[in-house]
Design a protein around this ligand. Structure first.
Ligand SMILES: Cc1cc2nc3c(=O)[nH]c(=O)nc-3n(C[C@H](O)[C@H](O)[C@H](O)COP(=O)(O)OP(=O)(O)OC[C@H]3O[C@@H](n4cnc5c(N)ncnc54)[C@H](O)[C@@H]3O)c2cc1C
Length: 410
């Protein structure tokens, strides 16, 4: 088994077993499926008989989509540390498929966190308790005209006057949604339900928002075609359109008063999660390169024995271990704080996200270079790792923008 030295000597047997089970699933199922899906056109990836749905179903049966749920509802009641251990392994297998799987819990988690029993009954209980069909989840916040703009709570960018591309208007016991979300909504083309951020005042500023947990089969919701992109191709992304969609008011989980705080908490959790996924991907690229350098012979010996090759491998190893340790510390701290107090330290999540995704790009670049000409071919997974790593420098906020945002909290 490829799991590296575990720094935390206090892990329980249960945590080790779950992590090892996630690694086996990542190696035997997710890695080959991720490579297969990477080569398909996006329309084929979202076909109901594609490997994506098979992998998601299996992950659900094994519990990887139900980690955070409370045991009394059928979830695994996993701690933030366990969540991080498992997420790193899944991302090691396939960054795109790990994203598909891990995003699913967001709507049921948000429904439960809302404290509204009727939402827990409708979204959380059936999700955590189910062993069969998985409800695919999404987080829809960015818009065609508002990408970075939508991700900076408390900053001047959000205080500019709209209009947003998705407007929510109150109408008695309903909210009426009109407009659209960006083509970048992860799982957008296949989501059954989502946490949806919308603008409550067409003449107001962008931080005047509302958040819903809602099913995506409401009349008036439709999807664009899945995006054809260069990285994380096994993660379907696409636009969501809303035309006079009547949303019962019980689906509201945050109103305009708490919107900036809700956004801050969401970004704190998501940036920490992205850092973890990037650490898993970097590890995959490093391990693949290490194995290759022990096989590839040049100058009469495996290239691993050349000093400059080893120096590059050591740089990769250092970045991978630093990413894993930093990401884990931030993730455990911030997820624990979010559960306990509703707020974490966003700048730490941003620092981890930027460090880990930039490191993943560097490690994957070195992995490609260590493969020489072979690194350019589809015969080896390293070129996919590099494309995937690049995509995550933009996910949940582009890195230069995020660094500017993080600096405002110092
Ligand atoms: C793999 C992936 C997954 C994603 N998943 C989701 C998802 O699940 N849900 C969702 O809603 N969205 C998702 N996104 C969208 C993502 O959050 C946005 O792409 C990202 O925030 C950047 O927004 P944009 O693409 O509109 O770029 P823009 O905001 O137009 O940015 C373009 C450039 O301008 C710079 N810039 C913009 N504003 C500023 C500023 N104020 N100061 C300095 N520089 C600035 C940026 O740094 C960037 O370099 C995903 C994107 C990717 C790539």
């Amino acid at each position: 088994m490829d799991i590296p030295v575990e720094y935390d000597l206090t892990l329980t047997d249960e945590q080790r077993e779950l992590r090892d089970a996630a690694h086996r699933f990542a190696a035997e199922v997710m890695r080959p499926a991720g490579i297969e899906l990477d080569r398909l056109p996006p329309d084929k990836v979202i076909e109901r008989n594609s490997r994506l749905f098979e992998v998601a179903r299996q992950a659900h049966e094994l519990g990887f989509t139900r980690l955070s749920g409370p045991p009394e509802m059928g979830g695994l009641g996993a701690s933030p540390l366990t969540l991080h251990l498992v997420s790193e392994e899944l991302a090691w297998g396939s960054l795109g498929l790990a994203s598909v799987i891990l995003l699913c819990a967001f709507p049921p988690d948000a429904a439960l966190a809302s404290g509204k029993p009727e939402l827990a009954e409708e979204f959380s209980k059936p999700y955590y308790g189910a062993r069969g069909d998985l409800k695919i989840g999404a987080w829809a916040i960015t818009e065609p005209d508002h990408g970075s703009d939508t991700l900076c709570p408390g900053q001047p960018e959000m205080r500019v006057l709209g209009p947003g591309n998705l407007i929510a208007r109150r109408d008695g016991d309903y909210w009426i949604l009109n407009g659209q979300k960006s083509a970048w909504v992860s799982n957008g083309p296949i989501a059954d339900q989502a946490v949806l951020f919308a603008h409550a005042d067409p003449k107001g500023t962008l931080d005047h928002g509302v958040v819903f947990v809602l099913p995506f089969d409401l009349p008036g919701i439709s999807r664009g075609r899945p995006l054809d992109k260069h990285g994380v191709r096994s993660l379907p992304q696409g636009e969501i359109f809303f035309e006079e969609v009547r949303v019962p008011k019980r689906y509201l989980v945050a109103d305009a008063d708490v919107y900036p705080l809700y956004l801050n908490a969401t970004l704190t959790a998501f940036n920490a999660a992205v850092s973890c996924a990037a650490a898993g991907l970097a590890r995959a690229a490093y391990e693949t390169a290490l194995a290759y350098t022990k096989e590839r012979v040049q100058g009469g010996r495996p290239i691993f024995e050349h000093q400059s090759v080893r120096a590059r491998l050591f740089r990769m190893f250092s970045l991978v271990q630093a990413s894993r340790a930093f990401s884990r510390a931030v993730y455990v701290h911030n997820l624990t704080k979010l559960v306990q107090t509703g707020a974490g330290a966003l700048e730490h999540s941003i620092a981890a996200k930027v460090f880990c995704t930039n490191s993943a790009v560097e490690v994957a670049t070195l992995a490609v270079q260590l493969h020489g000409g072979n690194g350019m071919t589809k015969e080896y997974p390293v070129e996919m790792f590099l494309r995937d790593a690049m995509a995550f420098t933009v996910a949940d906020g582009e890195n230069a923008f995020l660094s500017q945002l993080g600096a405002t909290f110092l």
